[in-house]
Design a protein around this ligand. Sequence first.
Ligand code: ZN
Length: 495
Amino acid sequence: MPVDVQSLAKRRGFIWQSAEIYGSMAGFYDYGAMGAMLKKKWENTWLKYFMGLDDNYYLIDPANIMPEAALKASGHVDSFTDPLVECTKCGHAVRADQLIEEVTGAAAEDLSPEQIDSKIVELNLSCQRCKGHFGSAKIFHMMFPLDIGTKGTDKAYLRPETAQGAYLNFKRHFEIMRRKLPLGLIVIGKAYRNEIAPRQGVYRMRELIQAELQIFMDPETFSDELDMKEMEGKEINVQLVDMRGKQDVQSMPCRYLIDQYKLPDFYVYHMLKIQEFYLDVIRVPKNKFRFYEKSEKERAFYNRVHFDIEIDLATLGGFKELAGLHYRGDYDLTKHQAGSKESMEVSLDGRRLIPHVLELSFGVDRNVWALLDLHLVDERTGVLKLAPSLAPYTFAVLPLMRKDELIPVAREIHTLLKNDFDVYYDQSGSIGKRYARMDEIGTPFCITVDFDGLEDNTVTIRDTDSSEQKRIPIDELERIARGLASGKLLFRDLK
Ligand SMILES: [Zn+2]
């Protein structure tokens, strides 16, 4: 019996549909007290890891609203669209490509409205809700337009992706950061898409969060900047195009992907880095992780190489895209050079070039969902087994009972730890119920103050993974907490 993650996520304070007291709008979600902390932890973990790939990678925070001219240049105004068909009887709106794909199993992204109309006739498709006929297919623009200022004359849009903000900021950062490549610009923030049919919970949202690293680089020298030795003897989980339908995932040597499959070595290097992030840091089981190759037809024309990063999620029925690794060439900066009339060329050792972009793009909401899906291990007990670095709260401080002798000591310990760690304090209800509550939100360690401890200045630490308890001196609590939180000290090694 699969765990009902959706209702658990709601009941435990992680995530639910926005504006629920007004009946909610599809595609918008609110993170609750636990969800907001979990999301922040994922973002911090992601940021630390990917910003750490190079000394010249930085976090920036561009505006969410972008002028029309910039999105015209990027191609979004003209082609950020989906094909739409509506039922002539009940008005039900459907993404035409998905409607056709569900029946034929073949990609329908490239069909024109006329081709869609004839496919609908050919396949005899009708409205799933009322069996009514579909009207003719239309091109639907997915950006949210805005009229800025009192006269509304400045046309703008909510950004459809965070990447554009990084491209617009490239030239200035290149100057500020002493004209070096590679230069990485990271944005973690919201993006907005007027999806025709938001569905599968947080998987397709109208307001979503992205975490993206745009690496601006010189394709001729980028490899020299990377430690290629790290790839020796390493393998990557992939599903190449010709494996589809035969094999979900196969582990392949980095060397094979570079030498025989002819992927750029810097691309494979970043595949390995992403895989290490998921397997070692996020602790995704190896058999649930893969890079899914997009065929030439499926990928955007400007992407020279494109693999999606997919994780096998029980709640979403199989491997689902959580991120993408895109080698976009010089497409973006060339487009913005043409649109803005500002030169995007840089000069390096006497060579002039428009830098190429390698984009590492992650959907934050999907990744947070994946944590709940993967780590909610037991429906009966509902224990959420998160790595200490990802748990909303790393520690809980609990007096064994609500007794006057215990509470001041527990309060003192809470005060001692809360500046350095995320610590939850709870003194109400039975200790068993409070442990269960911490198990449910993934708090890895509970520190309990009891009467024995008052005698000898100790507390107990309980490990959620094993529900084992150990007694430690209060004097050593800070040091031990630091070790456990960082993962440098394991609970089983505690004496
Ligand atoms: Zn209908």
